[in-house]
Design a protein around this ligand. Structure first.
Ligand SMILES: Nc1nc2c(c(=O)[nH]1)N[C@H]1C(S)=C(S)[C@@H](COP(=O)(O)O)O[C@H]1N2
Ligand SMILES: [Mo]
Length: 320
């Protein structure tokens, strides 16, 4: 039963997403709200809701920037209007509107487990300490579409080094906020909430792996995983867990949301691999949102040179 429902909810890669995902008035509305929220926050009282994040309207040059392969960044409307975030909706075009209830600032994460220096840290302090910088990555969804996103983030390794993992720490486990009032999808008991993800220690320590606290030169919108989310560019998008509140260092391979729902379809590693198809569709090509033609999917999403050594000697059709 459990699986039937979920299978229905996962759209086929054949479905072509619409060109326009978001209504311009939402942006006008959010810009309007910004002035009010700035006044209030000057008094130091009002948390910001998703519709009030600082949007990067002032920097038109960002649209001209490209990833390391020369692909231009996607439109802000694509990035913030077409989202997988099952805690809000399984309909990608509804997430933006529904996520307005999630207050993304202030936001705090707890880092604990097999570390010498456990603790809690706010996203504001993370930003002060680790100085997020622009990282333009392609997010390659397991459903065979992709987007080029200019994240603002910093290497997760910096935070992990600071909490001093013990020699027993072998994996990192991540957890999304659990609050069914704010994240209504979590009222659906058929899913193993909260969303969890995991990385092997060497994957977590790889410099390409970032925690993102912003995008497109602005704050991280709720629909993209604000206050803070993981981005692992050589893995399918579902590894990039949103709205993280817990990071735990553990000595076992953590159970993860999608592999616990359908382990034959979604593995722990989830490395982008055009030679290992999903049981229900090919992973050999993808549609970059905004383009009409499909393009071939690259091994490790194009980061083969940097990350292939992490998987040396592993059978990637077995450890998918
Ligand atoms: N908590 C949580 N994180 C999540 C998801 C989700 O449903 N819940 N969806 C994942 C999937 S399948 C993808 S493709 C990316 C989408 O990120 P984006 O909306 O910022 O493009 O988020 C990932 N992180
Ligand atoms: Mo995805």
């Amino acid at each position: 039963m459990k699986k039937d429902k979920l299978t229905m909810n996962i759209p086929s890669s054949e479905i072509t997403p619409k060109q326009t995902y978001i209504h311009r008035r939402d942006f006008i509305k959010s810009t309007g709200l910004l002035a009010g929220s700035m006044l209030l926050s000057a008094c130091g009282i009002t948390p910001k809701s998703a519709t009030e994040v600082v949007l990067p309207t002032s920097d038109p040059s960002i649209k001209q920037r490209t990833d390391e392969l020369g692909n231009p960044v996607n439109a802000l409307e694509d990035i913030t209007g077409y989202n997988n975030y099952y805690e809000f909706s399984t309909d990608k075009e509804s997430v933006a509107k529904l996520s307005g209830s999630l207050i993304t600032s202030p936001w705090e994460i707890e880092v604990f487990g097999l570390v010498n220096k456990p603790g809690k840290i706010s996203v504001t302090d993370l930003e002060k300490k680790y100085q997020p910088e622009e990282r333009i990555y392609r997010l390659r969804c397991v459903e065979a579409w992709s987007m080029v996103i200019p994240w603002l983030g910093f290497s997760l390794s910096k935070l992990l080094q600071d909490v001093e993992p013990t020699s027993d720490a072998k994996y990192v486990r991540f957890e999304t906020l659990f609050d069914p009032d704010v994240l209504p999808g979590q009222q659906d008991r058929l899913y193993p909430w909260p969303y969890q993800e995991g990385l092997r220690m060497d994957e977590a320590m790889h410099p390409l792996t970032i925690l993102a606290t912003g995008l497109y030169g602005g704050e991280l919108p709720a629909q993209n995983g604000g206050g803070v989310r993981l981005v692992v560019p050589w893995k399918y998008g579902f590894k990039s867990i949103k709205s993280i509140v817990k990071i735990e260092l553990v000595d076992y391979e953590p159970s993860t949301m999608w592999s616990s729902i359908a382990s034959n379809e979604y593995g722990f590693y989830a490395n982008v691999n055009p030679t290992v198809d999903h049981p229900r569709w090919s992973q050999g090509s993808e549609r970059l949102i905004g383009e009409l033609d499909r393009r071939p999917t690259l091994m490790f999403n194009g980061y083969e040179e940097q990350v292939a050594p992490l998987y040396k000697g592993m059978d990637l059709s077995k450890f998918y």
